[in-house]
Design a protein around this ligand. Structure first.
Ligand code: UDP
Ligand code: MG
Length: 326
């Protein structure tokens, strides 16, 4: 049983700050209005201090996002990009970025500038103490209250009820050793969930309070359905407890149903029915999780990039547009 109360793990030997060659991975879905500002803020905040690559991952945008990314890449050879062949979702988009990052550290930054790039220096300072991963936590979160409330419930279910080890309150604003981020991606879990997978590979992670801002332009790209699915992936993919609860609900329902049959009690029968339905629902969802672990469709496919991309990650026929321009 993991110690879910642990705030952080053991730091390893410290690293000099100069060693921070860094790839900033920016997943983008329809963020055309944010690309230039995001590029500029990252370059201003980090360009003079560290070796820098800014790797945009266009997650199948249907607006001008890719065109804007190409235009910054044309002007600055520190800018790389991958453009996925459709919208694969945020977990897949950043996974693509982690796999193709050039430098030994990846910094994850959203394209809407909710996490100020200048705050990355705090993450870098903590990582230099010898951590494999440093997660930003929002001290004053600037999202609508339903999102904040949903996050609290989600965290409580995951950490307390189901005993899943995830860094408390951690966000996608994180600095991770690229080798470890890649190991997480390469595990190809049926229900990928970066925050819950990383603590299974290393204890050397910690959290740092960071500033948070409202979205610069546009609206949130995540949907209620997408968030619910992601939460269920975590609950069923990283804890045996939902399946155990199904077994107990089924086992408890049987004698209750039997007693109801003997005594003719409709209240008891109702209880037994509820237990049986709960057992069915939990097992059904657990089966969805298991079946996803069996089929292995590609996590992402690249249609266009200006970095060399492995053949297995390419959409067939797209090779001509990949690998030039650096
Ligand atoms: N994003 C993505 N693919 C998706 C959804 C979102 O690449 O399917 C990107 C999005 O463009 C942004 C980041 O992921 O850069 C976080 O998304 P968003 O800001 O909409 O999430 P929120 O802050 O509302 O949780
Ligand atoms: Mg956002």
């Amino acid at each position: 049983m993991p110690d879910v109360d642990a705030v952080d793990g053991d730091a390893q030997a410290p690293l000099p700050l100069d060693d921070f060659a860094l790839t900033v991975v920016v997943p983008c879905l329809n963020e055309a209005d944010n690309i230039h500002d995001t590029y500029r803020e990252i370059a201003e905040a980090l360009g003079d201090r560290v070796n820098l690559e800014i790797l945009f991952v266009d997650d199948g945008s249907s607006d001008e996002t890719l065109a804007r990314i190409r235009s910054v890449a044309d002007r600055d050879d520190r800018v790389s990009y991958l453009s996925l062949s459709r919208n694969f979702g945020i977990e897949a988009a950043f996974s693509a970025g982690y796999r193709y990052a050039r430098y030994p550290w990846v910094l994850h930054l959203d394209a809407d500038l909710q996490f100020p790039p200048a705050e990355a220096k705090q993450l870098i300072a903590r990582a230099a103490e010898g951590y494999d991963a440093v997660f930003g936590i929002r001290v004053d979160r600037k999202d609508p209250w339903p999102r904040r409330a949903a996050s609290l419930v989600h965290d409580w279910i995951a950490r307390r009820l189901l005993g899943i080890e995830i860094p408390p309150k951690a966000t996608t604003f994180r600095l991770v050793r690229t080798e470890i981020a890649r190991r997480v991606v390469d595990l190809r879990l049926g229900t990928p969930y970066f925050l819950a997978t990383l603590p299974r590979l290393t204890r050397a992670w910690t959290t740092v309070p960071t500033a948070h801002r409202p979205r610069a332009h546009g609206s949130s790209k995540v949907t209620v359905r997408g968030l619910a699915k992601h939460s269920l992936d975590l609950f069923f993919g990283f804890s045996p407890r939902p399946m155990a609860a199904a077994v107990w609900a089924g086992l408890a329902g049987l004698p209750v149903a039997l007693a109801a049959g003997l005594t003719g009690s409709s209240a008891l029968f109702g209880l037994a029915l509820a237990a049986a339905l709960l057992a069915l629902a939990l097992m059904g969802r657990a089966l969805v999780h298991l079946s996803r672990g069996q089929t292995r469709p590609p996590l992402f496919l690249v249609r266009e990039a200006n970095v060399p991309v492995e053949a297995a990650d390419l959409l067939e026929g797209s090779a001509a547009r990949v690998g030039g321009g650096r």
